[in-house]
Write a protein that binds this ligand. Sequence first.
Ligand SMILES: C[S@@+](CC[C@H](N)C(=O)[O-])C[C@H]1O[C@@H](n2cnc3c(N)ncnc32)[C@H](O)[C@@H]1O
Length: 319
Amino acid sequence: MHQILRQILPKVTHVPSRRMGATGVTPAKLASYWEKVFREHGVPEPEDSSRILVAHALGAKTFHSIGSRAVRSPVSADVTTLIEKMAQERLKRVPVQYIIGEWDFLDMTLEMRPPVLIPRPETEELVGLVLADCLELHQSPDSSLLEVGCGSGAVSLAILWKIPQVRVIAIDKSDAAVRLTRDNAERLGLQHRLHVLQHDILTDPIERLQDLGPVSAVVSNPPYIFTEDMRQLEPEILRYEDHAALHGGPDGMDVMMGILQLAPLLLKASGDIFLEGDPRHPEMVKRWLEDHPEERLQLLQVVKDFCGKPRFIHLRMCR
Ligand SMILES: C[S@@+](CC[C@H](N)C(=O)[O-])C[C@H]1O[C@@H](n2cnc3c(N)ncnc32)[C@H](O)[C@@H]1O
């Protein structure tokens, strides 16, 4: 048992029961104990972290769903040990999503494996934008979409989940991302409408993608962090997530520009492009489009995220 836990248990528990290895420690006490330890060690979101780990050890989705009675009933020594093991990982700043091995994105539960990027809440808004503003995907029986940089598969799978007839091509340069997207597709039973391909859009031949036929839309949450901002990232991100999923070059635009050049060669006439980026990117993309009229792309709208930051860029191919 963890040293600190040994010290604190007599203070916070009654005499441990010997029945079935029970320790006398309840989920409520474990959650508040680990919250305190996390707080003392500067772990971000200490309450959420401890509650998620305790809930996971008990096979519950959330701390709340453990139930008011169970949360005050003693847990077995095995559960206490498992929570301690996971908490030690959290103290090393491993993200909870990697520790518990799964995370929810919209109404799907996806497997998470380091170093594949953990989907962020704002990316759920990117999916919302595609679903709301890409009529072709809803109306055409043979519509298809290309996602550049699929990571865990979150975006592609959410679109497949919501639009029953659509087909998706999901590409990523990372082998780990490609494998995780395939596994998540199988987990959700969506693999039959998904084509997953390991492909680097900056170096691999575009013909590989053109052979799959023109698509109605291209969507991407590319790596878009500016070089100078990389070192300010939290240890959770810097130590455990793939830097190639985050770093977008000096101006965060390396992969985004690759997409803007590639998309017109892959889209149907009037096809859509949906991008997530840094709040500085909409203006930069606007200037890039003015300098590259030959790409025949029109900026339709810039959409703010839930924090009010200009985050999403919707473009359309001109006829
Ligand atoms: C910010 S992550 C997005 C992952 C996922 N779509 C999401 O939103 O959670 C960017 C992804 O792009 C991939 N990527 C980076 N450069 C790429 C390139 N040149 N070609 C294809 N994929 C690339 C990374 O491997 C990573 O999985």
